[in-house]
Ligand binder design. Structure first.
Ligand code: ADP
Ligand code: MG
Length: 352
């Protein structure tokens, strides 16, 4: 079998030989996902009925405070949760159900179609193996037709692509010889090695300094634009969302609070929690304006508040909010949904 090691559009071995998804095609579709952990203190209701859609060529930002269920949602989809987790609902990759699949199937899908970049590159990079070796192994796990040398050529090319200087030297080094930003780049190289259809980036810049953060965001954006990959970008920082996302899903206490275009999210938010995140964003407060952090702290998911889980912290809350959970509903804007009884009231304040 002949193969060209520098071909970017390779079809991963063992995968459905389908063409890559076309722009706009739904690649990930999550419906009514619930995740509950069994713990000594009782059940932790980490994810409580999430829907999520992401299409090829789209960057979906998921934002919410720590503990809102962002990571658990994605780990559930990829089958990476511990045995203490009970997962229900549906998660489809290009129409194919992922929940309940055999570990072997999921491993194949993770390697070839859905890749996840973590906050801490050391959770993905093995400290005892050279960086290049780890990348070539990721490649060869799905390309049995490639020999070591061909895979190394490809690894060098990937390191170059992610902006690592002197990749032919770096490929033979260990993770500890890389700086934090370089390690993050190396992990991205490894994750894009098989040209995934979906790239999940879970707070990939949080541990990095601001300049490096900006560079990594640029890099992810350029890879995304070049390859038409669908990206799910998880962060607790709306400022980061503004730089990368097309759509934004705001999560609170294991549920979706609001889902809208990035423009609507920043200018026509219809959920008080999103409003709170915006008001506490340093870059949005003008000179002389004080930041307004959201009062209180995120709830314990052992005992999530009744009704709208945000009601104990919400400036608009009324009696109804602690009763029934407000359903996610379409408001006056296209493709804009919110789970707030007072969206219309908020509209008058926000747009005024
Ligand atoms: P984040 O939005 O910060 O990524 P997570 O998705 O990691 O939040 O966590 C959601 C909730 O699930 C939190 O309350 C967290 O404490 C809980 N959780 C996550 N992993 C486990 C686990 N393995 N066992 C028990 N609870 C967990
Ligand atoms: Mg997380």
């Amino acid at each position: 079998m002949t193969s060209d090691p520098v071909n970017v559009d390779m079809v991963p071995d063992g995968a459905t030989p389908d063409a890559r998804p076309v722009a706009g095609e739904s690649v990930l579709e999550i419906r009514d996902l619930h995740v509950t952990f069994k713990t000594e203190d009782g059940p932790v209701f980490a994810v409580r009925g999430i829907d999520l859609d992401v299409a090829a060529g789209e960057v979906l930002g998921i934002v919410g405070e720590s503990g809102s269920g962002k990571s658990v949602t994605m780990l559930a989809v990829l089958g990476l949760l511990p045995k203490t987790a009970t997962v229900t609902g549906s998660a489809k990759f290009r129409g194919e159900e992922l929940l309940g699949r055999k570990p072997k199937d999921l491993q194949r899908i993770r390697g070839a179609h859905i890749a996840m970049i973590f906050q801490d590159p050391l959770t993905a990079l093995n400290p005892v193996h050279k960086v290049g070796k780890q990348i070539t192994e990721a490649i060869r796990a799905h390309r049995s037709d490639m020999n070591e040398n061909e895979a190394e050529v490809r690894a060098i090319e990937l390191l170059d692509l992610v902006g690592i200087p002197r990749p032919e030297v770096r490929v033979r080094q260990y993770p500890h010889e890389f700086s934090g930003g370089m390690r993050q780049r190396a992990m991205i190289a490894m994750m894009i090695a098989n040209d995934p259809d979906v790239l999940i980036a879970d707070e990939p810049t949080t541990a990095l300094d601001v300049t490096i953060q900006a560079q990594i965001l640029e890099l992810l954006k350029s890879i995304q634009e070049r390859t038409n990959t669908a990206v799910v970008f998880i962060t607790h920082d709306l400022g980061v969302i503004a730089r990368v996302a097309d759509r934004v899903q705001v999560m609170y206490a294991g549920r979706v609070a609001e889902n809208a275009s990035v423009d609507d999210t920043f200018h026509r938010s219809r959920h008080p929690y999103t409003g709170g995140l915006l008001a506490s964003l340093p870059s949005l407060a003008g000179p002389g304006q004080r930041l307004k952090p959201i009062v209180g702290s995120p709830p314990s998911m052992l005992f999530p508040p009744s009704g709208c889980a945000f009601h104990p912290r919400c400036p608009l809350a009324e009696e109804i909010c602690s009763g029934e959970q407000p359903p996610l509903r379409q408001i006056d804007r296209p493709k804009h949904v919110t789970a707030c009884y007072f969206a219309e009231k908020l509209a008058k304040e926000v747009d005024a």
